[in-house]
Design a protein around this ligand. Structure first.
Ligand SMILES: Cc1cc2nc3c(=O)[nH]c(=O)nc-3n(C[C@H](O)[C@H](O)[C@H](O)COP(=O)(O)OP(=O)(O)OC[C@H]3O[C@@H](n4cnc5c(N)ncnc54)[C@H](O)[C@@H]3O)c2cc1C
Length: 486
């Protein structure tokens, strides 16, 4: 018998979906994950200093508030939250680990998705919810000589904890959101750190601190206080979003905060100058840190801005001909974010292949459904990433929408529903026109775009996304009636 729903991925998205299904009484589902445990991003990334960069009062499910130890808790605490959710909801028996999905094919005759796993086995489901995230596959840079390096080298998302960095000479390639978090930590123990920067990030203050016991007690006793704190964090994110999507002129306040942080934390004008981005704030991911700039001022940390020429067995050569020796290289070079769902193959009606439908860049109606792929739903799909707010807020909206679609299948006795091509086209035309005035298409190179086109970010206020997905809109879908039952 086919499952009613197969969820692919056991991160925030997949687990949130599983909880929603269970609460709705739709018990016949399975959650498949290629890894040997749950947690997605928060399982895979273990680098020192990893915390969320949206305070966890908001970076958590609205239906399950938590007693966070601090505003930006460490990775272990976020992962423990996900484990606690699974335990509370008794989801354990539904989770299947070590089950990487390689292919999902729609059998139109039977209105069933056949799912192939990496061991060659298959299972069937009436609907698929694909929750594989956008930031799960690390990218290593294409640097000449990369494999010739003599010492250990790894990507920040696959941290090698076997190597003790004490007194080591470490080369860090990249200055994105992960490097910002781990460089200040490793600089405390390493002998020397060279940070190779291609483009500097905008670094806004983080203002992290532990919650006091009295605050915790207040949050526990008066839930409205915690809700108010969530709202405050949300509104700050929306303030940034306003500038990102409407006009960078509206970023005057965050720009002033960034300038002040740069001025007060770096005294050396030459170093300061090399930390000034040459693109509009938000075009690349804005990062939050109070200790990035101070780390760069340490005598045992060098910010290298000359481009890397090649990697050699003993270290790194830059284009100015200087060789800096290294014992270890850490690549903080991001993820293959624009290749959504890859390397999984998805085949819809008439054997239509998703990667062919997306050859000019991914797109989906509301980031959730793609025409020609009935009963196939995505969480955190195309154009649903955010530059300044919580992905969990987006995921909760998507989960509610998918639940509405699954209910519609039952209530209207449908075999399948498939988003109408004109609806998807109109939606995508709006996404592209809205993106044109956004900072993401202002000319920098970032992981938000494919060929200069915004494929990853939601180009509007976040609350307006939630408004759009508030109700499942059956009229946007072609439907196939199910078999009549006596
Ligand atoms: C270092 C880091 C910090 C971040 N911090 C924040 C933050 O502070 N705030 C914020 O809003 N967002 C943040 N993000 C973004 C973060 O990815 C999302 O917030 C969220 O965790 C996404 O959850 P997800 O379930 O959609 O995806 P993921 O957490 O990526 O989970 C996807 C799951 O799918 C599984 N999977 C993938 N492919 C397959 C397959 N073919 N078969 C079976 N299983 C598969 C993976 O193993 C994984 O468990 C951060 C990302 C990173 C990398």
């Amino acid at each position: 018998m086919p499952y009613r729903v197969a969820i692919i991925g056991a991160g925030f998205g997949g687990l949130g979906m599983a909880i929603a299904l269970q609460r709705a009484g739709l018990e016949d589902f399975v959650v498949l994950d290629r890894a040997d445990d749950l947690g997605g991003t928060w399982r895979d990334n273990t680098y020192p200093g990893l915390t969320c960069d949206i305070p966890s009062q908001l970076y958590s499910f609205s239906f399950r508030p938590w007693r966070w130890s601090r505003r930006f808790p460490a990775r272990d605490e976020i992962l423990a939250y996900l484990h606690a959710l699974v335990a509370e909801h008794g989801l354990g028996p539904r989770l299947r680990f070590g089950r990487g999905v390689t292919k999902a094919e729609f059998d139109e005759g039977h209105a069933i998705w056949q799912i192939t796993l990496d061991d060659g086995s298959t299972l069937n489901a009436k609907a698929v919810v694909c929750a594989v995230g956008q930031l799960g596959r690390p990218v290593l840079p294409d640097l000449p000589g990369r494999d010739e390096f003599n010492g250990p080298a790894w990507h920040s998302a696959r941290w090698n904890h076997q190597v003790d960095l004490t007194q080591q000479r470490v080369a860090v390639v990249g200055t994105g959101a992960s490097a910002i978090q781990f460089v200040p930590e490793i600089a405390k123990v390493a002998g020397h750190v060279d940070v190779y920067q291609r483009t500097p990030p905008y670094v806004l203050p983080k203002a992290d601190r532990p919650y006091r016991e009295a605050e915790q007690a207040l949050f526990d006793r008066v839930p409205a206080v915690r809700k108010a704190d969530r709202l405050r964090i949300f509104l700050y994110g929306e303030l940034l979003t306003t500038g990102f999507v409407l006009s960078p002129k509206m970023l005057a306040a965050p720009m002033a905060m960034w300038r002040r942080q740069l001025r007060t934390q770096i005294a050396d004008p030459r170093l300061r100058e090399r930390c000034v981005p040459d693109y509009v704030m938000g075009c690349k991911r804005v990062v939050f840190s109070d200790d990035w700039y101070p780390a760069l001022t340490r005598p045992d940390v060098e910010l290298v801005t000359d481009p890397i020429e090649r990697i050699v067995p003993a270290g790194v050569i830059t284009q100015d001909g200087i060789t800096r020796p290294a014992d270890v290289i850490i690549y903080a070079t991001g993820f293959q974010a624009t290749q959504f769902l890859a390397p999984m193959q998805v085949e819809g009606r008439g054997h239509r292949k998703l990667h062919e439908a997306w050859q000019d860049g991914a797109q989906a109606y509301l980031g959730i459904t793609v025409t020609g792929f009935p009963n196939f739903f995505m969480l955190y799909g195309p154009n649903t990433n955010l530059g300044g707010n919580s992905i969990i807020y987006m995921l909760e909206g998507q989960i509610g929408y998918v639940l509405g679609a699954l209910r519609a299948l039952t209530e209207h006795r449908l075999a399948w529903l498939d988003v109408r091509p004109d609806v998807q086209q109109k939606f995508n035309a709006w996404v592209q026109s809205a993106s044109r005035t956004s900072v993401w298409e202002s000319g920098c190179h970032s992981w938000y775009t494919t060929g200069g086109r915004n494929t990853n970010n939601w180009p509007d206020h976040t609350f307006l996304y939630r408004r759009r997905v508030r109700r499942f809109d059956l009229s946007a879908y072609r439907v196939m009636p199910g078999p009549r039952t006596a």
